[in-house]
Each structure stands twice: as structure tokens, then as C-alpha cells.
Design a binder for this molecule. Sequence first.
Ligand code: PLP
Length: 437
Amino acid sequence: MKYYSTNKNTPNVTLKEAVVKGLAADNGLFMPERINKFEPSFFENIHNLSFQEIAYEVALKFFGDDIEPSTLKTIVYDTLQFDCPLVKVTDNIYALELFHGPTLAFKDVGARFMARLLSHFMTNREKQINVLVATSGDTGSAVANGFLGVEGIHVYVLYPKGKVSKIQESQFTTLEQNITALEVEGTFDDCQHLVKSAFLDKELNEKLVLTSANSINVARFLPQAFYYFIAFAQLQKQEALKDKSLVFSVPSGNLGNITAGLFAHKMGLPVHQFIAANNANRFVYDYLKDGVDTPRPSIETIANAMDVGAPSNFARILDLYNHSHAEISQILKSYTYSDDQIRETIKKVYDMYGYLCDPHGACGFKSLEESLDEKQVGVFLETAHPAKFTETVEEVIGKGNVALPDKLSEFMQGEKKSIQLNNQFTTFKSYLLSNSK
Ligand SMILES: *Cc1c(COP(=O)(O)O)cnc(C)c1O
């Protein structure tokens, strides 16, 4: 299957090119030229399949033309070495826990899949592949850990100095080997801008093989569709959907995760509505209200992985629905919450239902609580383990109430190593030219 650019100003490319290039030559985002649908019977039997079997079926719809089935199966099964349980929180609200991977956040799924796919594509390659990734917190750790030790690949993680939590930082600054952390004086949007500029820079691209591992990469964002099907299967198994329709609420920043959900819907997954649950960065909310997409500077919040003022993947959503505000408004809703509302929600859910949300998941929960009617069942994506935000969460529910999982304390014991950079592209470029192969 070929991939086209959302800007439609450059020839279509193969899956391999789309994965290696990350961003299209015309600065657009790659999209698969077809979305293969499932037969309705697939959904009648889905609850009899295992988690990995479901993901493999979904992967075949995306990548079946381009990758040998046995190779694809290995990549999928290897990626999903952990569970995505659906946990009942209230009568009609469930948490889809996506934090059981190595870095305790949903980005493990896409990052692990991409690392394996890229390494499959690069057998026999002589030149090193340089993965550039801008992170507002969790992407960096998921990508760095997904690629750690993979031969022929070097990962550069760009992150805004002082704007990610200590725990997040430790997960990509302590690894060494083929991972370099670049600490940028600036915001996440600055980091993202540096990465985008590098991909468009002629000299850099002549001398180095560069690729992206941000959620803009198709190998990262498409596999995120897996767990929407998996959530549906678990609801079917529990017979929770009898005469009820399904609403997914997705704590959203760069919109990669929710876009994958919209793909799942286009593939036939019976979903009534998607909610982009946002912190104070209310790009989607404003778009739905006014029909105008206005990029804004990002606002710092306690749900910092969603501090994105100009979400890249919005171009994909526009493309999926032919730029129709009416169509988009039908499938998508959005809620925006202040830090105080997020704190209140963490506390309320903990006190009333005994469930501990992280600040991102709390936005998802609250949007369902506000919007569901009695004919609907809601699933919010619990995108990270609350212990990744211990300081914030313990401020709300009391000190000592969040246990640090072993996986995280091991990272915290490592020594931080990072390179300091300003937010100027010329600095970043000369760093890459003198340090990369
Ligand atoms: C990255 C991230 C998000 C936002 O996901 P997008 O795909 O960028 O919309 C939400 N929550 C957490 C914990 C994250 O790490």
C-alpha cells in the first residue's frame, strides 16, 4: 500500500519510505491511501480472540500488503509483551490502562512497534539511521526504551529543559548506549520545530539519514489503533455493551492517539463518539466551536504531556473527513479542563471509586462523567501510570499514597547525562553534523 501526504504536493511513497522519512517532502503527514474495513462478523467474534491475535488482525489490515505475515506477527507479538486491561471505575465508565509497558505509558506500544519495523526494514543498510524525537515527557522515554540497543540506529531525544518531571527525564537521560538526550532551552513546540526543521534541511539530509519517531510517524501512530479494538473486545466479553453505544475519551495533546482511534472507527469498529479530553490547551475545543483551527503557543499544565498548542496530527483528522467541520463535529467532541479541575477530579475519583487517575486520565474521566447518557458506556484511556506524576498526584491525595513501581525506581537510580542546547536551529544542526554518522 502507498502512503500520500496530507499536503498532497509530493508523490506517494512506500511504507518503508514513509517510516524512514517520517515527514513527507512537502511537510505534510503520511496517510495510507486506503483504510481496509473489517467484516461485521469480526466484531461478533472478537471477544474470543487474544489481545495479540486482535492486534495482529488489525496490523494485517494496515501492513499486510507490505510485510510478510510471519514477520508482521513476530513484530506485533514482540511489541505487545504486556497487557492493556480494561478496569471498571463506575457503572458506565471504564479505564483502558495503557501503562503496563516498560515506561508505563501508552507510547510504549507505538514506539516498540516502530523500532521493530524500522530494524526489519534496515537489514543490510550501511548508514546509521538517526531518529530525532521531540518530547513533552513520555514520547522520549518510550522511544528511547523502544530503540535501546537496536543496532544501526541512534536516537536523539529533544526535550524542554525544566518542563518534564524528574521521573520522565530519568527514563531517557540515564540510558546511554545509542541514546542521546538533548536538553533544549525552550518549550516543547521549540523542540518540535527543531526536529521539523532538521527534516527539511537539505544539507543535513544529504549527509545523514534522519527519521522521526514522533507520533507523526505512521509506524508509531497506526499501531495505537490496536487497543481500541482490544477495549471493545473486553466490553463484549463482559456483555457491557448490550443496547448501549460506546464513547471513547482520549486525553489528547498532539492528537496521535485519538487519530488512531478514528482510524479504528473507519475500519468498522462500532464507536458512537470520540472525545478529545484536553487540559487548558484547547485547540480542538476551539476548532469544534468556531470551525477555525488556530495554532497557539502551548500553555504549561499539570498534565504536561498534553501541553501542545498546535497539534501535528490535526492535519490527519482534517484529511480523514475531507476538511468537513460538520463531519468532524459529528464524531468528535472536546472538553477542556483547568489544573484545578484536573486536581479535583483525581481526588474525587480516588475518594468515591477508589481508582487513582494520573492527570491526563483524569481529563478523560471527567469528560465522560459530564457527557454520557444512560444509553452510553464510556472508556477513557489511562495514558500513563499515576506514579509518573507522583508530585502532582500526592499533592492531591496525600503524601506516601503513590507507590513507585520497580520499573520506575530503577530509572531513578541511573545517572543523568544530557547535552544542553539553545532553541536555535543553527546550533542543533551543527551539533548533529559534528556528532552523527
Ligand atoms: C503523549 C501523551 C498524551 C497525548 O497523546 P497524543 O497522542 O499526543 O494526543 C496523553 N497522555 C500522556 C500520558 C502522554 O504521554
